[in-house]
Design a protein around this ligand. Structure first.
Ligand code: NI
Length: 135
């Protein structure tokens, strides 16, 4: 377990009040954990900017009745250069499927795979989440 450092931060009272209201709404028990998460988010954003190796989940909802969409999705995942590790598929209703695609690779490549899938006709909704161990 890494050692813990304590630090003090000078911050405008109004800004701190707003932050406290936000973190309470989000269910944080204290400021420290909320600040640690903000720092981790910044480190992940920096890793994305620097095209570092990352893990990602791409969640999509699509209409499987749209002609050849299912085939296109399979084809794209096969040709994603080994970035796609696995996927999970759930039949939501008569028309819609939910799929979560797990990937690993350089941030920009993962973004590119996600963009090409999300822009397909019939993909109604989706989101790419890039993450890393923070190391
Ligand atoms: Ni389905």
């Amino acid at each position: 377990m890494p050692s813990l450092s304590r630090t003090g931060v000078a911050i405008d009272q109004d800004l701190l009040d707003s932050f406290d209201r936000l973190i309470e709404k989000r269910g944080y028990k204290n400021r420290s954990e909320a600040l640690r998460d903000l720092i981790r988010d910044s480190l992940i954003a920096d890793a994305v900017d620097n095209n570092k190796e990352m893990a990602a989940t791409l969640t999509i909802v699509y209409d499987h009745h749209v002609p050849i969409l299912s085939e296109k999705l399979i084809e794209m995942q096969h040709h994603a250069g080994g970035q796609v590790l696995t996927s999970t598929h759930v039949h939501l209703d008569d028309h819609c499927c939910l799929e979560v695609i797990l990937m690993k690779g350089n941030a920009r490549d993962l973004q590119q795979v996600a963009d090409s899938i999300l822009s397909l006709r019939g993909v109604k909704n989706g989101k790419l989440v890039l993450t890393s161990s923070g190391d």
